[in-house]
Design a protein around this ligand. Structure first.
Ligand SMILES: *Cc1c(COP(=O)(O)O)cnc(C)c1O
Length: 381
């Protein structure tokens, strides 16, 4: 068995000192229980309550966004964002082939067609170069709308994802999409606490979405958030997330089909405590990344590294090995030895639902899928 696999197991045992070592387990060493008790005592455990308002305020403050709108999970945040941008079954939405399935599912919930573009090897996020090539060769701007020459459909949005918390070249992507009149929703589900050019991920596009699933850098059990600086969009998102009920002392009047997507206060109570701990989580994760880096430099193994001007949250550490065979050997050995490691997601274009969708050559995406392994990355207290 390769030395790399053995070293991953040895280091993980020594560092985490746990029987079974997960890729990313949550940690609750702050005010979680206190705030949960307070929330229960208040009786307001559902989506109307102080905790959820406070969590949204604190989240907006942390990311330096004007508005933060909570949702029941990150997938709902994506769905609602696309809905608010009026994406419909007549439209297309650009995203990357290398992403978690939720990104593409959200597009399909609205009946729209995803177009899958390649990622960069150095960020694993949407490739500016590939996007530019696609737009310049396939898209006309007519009446302020991006029209796909082949399908004649409107490309209503572009949905880049910041993979494993490492920023993609979002400023270039924004500039390019502006030229083609395509609004950007950033899937920053993995990017809480990550910055590019000193700006928090999710705050570059017109909307940015986050997830607080159990495996993310902070968790509320399940939960999500949308951030924006656009007052009109913020109001609309809040309205849509609360069944489109028109505010009134006692009447039930809903002025359109809305969603029951707002985060319950009981989850938000945990979110407030987790957010308080986030700074210490980030310190711990950066330290772990340094230790992994040292180990792999000595083994001559490449790791995903932050690009210039980026400060990632180091959510998941990622190594890039030499071949599919080596990848599978390492996955087998480590998982057999109670150290959880994972390959990255199968490309969207290899899933039955997305097989027929338009895509470019996906050269980098295919290369990365065969070689990447996520290794244990939890915070230790
Ligand atoms: C986790 C995640 C989501 C979905 O979040 P949920 O809260 O699990 O619905 C979406 N996109 C990406 C990239 C994710 O990692």
């Amino acid at each position: 068995m390769s030395k790399i696999a053995k070293e991953i197991v040895r280091f993980s045992r020594e560092y985490f000192r746990e029987n079974y070592i997960s890729l990313h387990r949550p940690i609750f060493n702050g005010n979680e229980k206190k705030y949960l008790t307070e929330c229960i005592d208040s009786n307001f455990v559902s989506s109307v309550g102080n905790s959820v308002n406070k969590f949204e305020e604190k989240f907006a403050e942390f990311t330096k966004s004007k508005y933060a709108i909570s949702t029941i999970n990150g997938t709902a945040a994506l769905h609602l964002s696309l809905f608010a941008l009026k994406v419909s079954s007549a439209d297309e939405v650009i995203t990357q082939a290398l992403t978690f399935v939720a990104t593409s599912n959200a597009i399909r919930y609205l009946g729209a067609n995803p177009i899958f573009i390649d990622v960069d090897v150095d960020t694993m996020g949407l490739s500016y170069k590939s996007l530019k090539y696609f737009l310049e060769n396939n898209v006309d701007v007519i009446d302020d709308q991006a029209i796909n020459k082949k399908t004649k459909k409107v490309i209503k949005a572009c949905l880049p994802m910041h993979t494993f918390g490492y920023p993609c070249k979002i400023d270039q992507i924004i500039k390019l999409c502006k030229k083609f009149r395509i609004p950007i929703i950033e899937d920053a589900a993995e990017g809480l606490g990550s910055y590019y050019k000193n700006k928090h991920l999710g705050t570059f596009g017109c909307l940015g979405t986050f997830s607080f699933n159990g495996n993310k850098i902070i968790t509320t059990g399940g939960g999500g958030m949308i951030v924006t600086d656009d007052e009109i969009l913020a109001k609309r998102l809040r309205h849509l997330s609360t069944t489109a009920k028109v505010n009134h002392k006692y009447n039930f009047y809903h002025d359109e089909i809305g969603f029951n997507y707002r985060l319950p206060s009981i989850n938000a109570a945990m979110g407030i405590a987790q957010l308080e701990s986030l700074k210490s989580f980030l310190v711990s994760k950066e330290q772990l990344n340094k230790k992994w880096k040292l180990l792999f430099v000595n083994l001559d193994v490449k790791m995903l590294e932050p690009i210039k001007h980026s400060n990632p949250n180091y959510w998941l550490n990622t190594i890039i090995v030499e071949s599919l065979k080596q990848r599978d050997e390492i996955l087998e050995y480590t998982n057999n030895n109670k150290v959880m490691t994972r390959p990255i997601w199968d490309l969207m274009t290899s899933l039955p639902e997305f097989k027929k969708c338009e895509h470019d050559g996906l050269k980098n995406s295919k290369w990365l899928v065969d070689r990447c392994i996520n290794i244990p990355s939890s915070v230790v207290s």
